[in-house]
Design a protein around this ligand. Sequence first.
Ligand SMILES: [Zn+2]
Length: 361
Amino acid sequence: MPVGLIYDEIYLKHEVGVHVETPKRLIVAKKFLEEKGIWNSKEFPVIKPRKATIDQIKYVHSERLIEQIKELSDLAAKTESLKNIDMDTVVSGDTFESSLYSVGGNLTGIDKILKGEISSAFGLVRPPGHHSNKYKCAGFCIFNNIAIAAEYLFREKNVKKVAIFDWDCHHGNGTQDIFYDGSENGQLLFFSSHQDGRTLYPGTGFTNEIGSGKGEGHIINFPMAPSSGDDIIQLLYKEIAIPITNEFKPEFILISAGFDTHHTDLLTRMGWTIQGPANLTKLIKSLADDYANGKILITLEGGYELDKQAQAIYNVLKVLNSETDLISEDERKSDEKILEYTQERLIKQIKNNLSEYWNCF
Ligand SMILES: [Zn+2]
């Protein structure tokens, strides 16, 4: 079955001025996939997004926030200028519309996966979403694409168990906030791996943030030491994410994919290679094959070294299509101290905090 590529030029119309989260991120990725001959091919057909409804946006956002974004976007259009939500987060005249399509693209991908037209899908969408919560848009994000996708599965598709893997270099704090107490409509498991919040925006995502109420034990954070390489995330998944997911048995898997963990990314200080995200996808795909009939929807979050991001996206797509010929750069082993910190402190701490919720520990 093919792997869907969700894309439309509407995603370029969310303009941000001089900013790292630029429309070029998608243009460069698309061009690279075209050069590689896989863009809109039999294996990777392009899927046109639809617009999400306001009711769907309300699954996770307050009415007031939705109105605020609409008003700001209308004002930007009227004054032909850009408006700021905060220091980092910009709204242009087409932002509201682009955001509805960004959410809607992910929902379209889910529909096609559930209909059996495609095995999985990759949303090359903008604006991103994982820093936005119920009341606030932040960190370059407008509506929380992945959280709405999860609620859509629960409320409209009768799916009962969804796992979200967020491997963006920044903590998925918006998604965590939205699901901190779980969801009223289904069971949600959320993993966020990110550069330690003491060293990077948004400064959250520590091991003691594990959810509460219905969500208790279902929020799992991997705050990685700066400069951690591919070996560290592999270790965290093998020791923690895989055993928990085996126990949880998700019916559908969602991924918030950020490509800002690359060792050259200027916003962050991590040590991943261009094949790092793809190797992680292999682990997640194997879980999806075991429990979810292979159903995976990936949505784009961050990633600011445009060439590296394009290559990493290509690699992830190859893995989704069960191909093995990845573009690779030299392996980068993490420093002994980081390895020791991860094994002796981080993993032990996480297992300790979660042991009462999961039999695997
Ligand atoms: Zn990020």
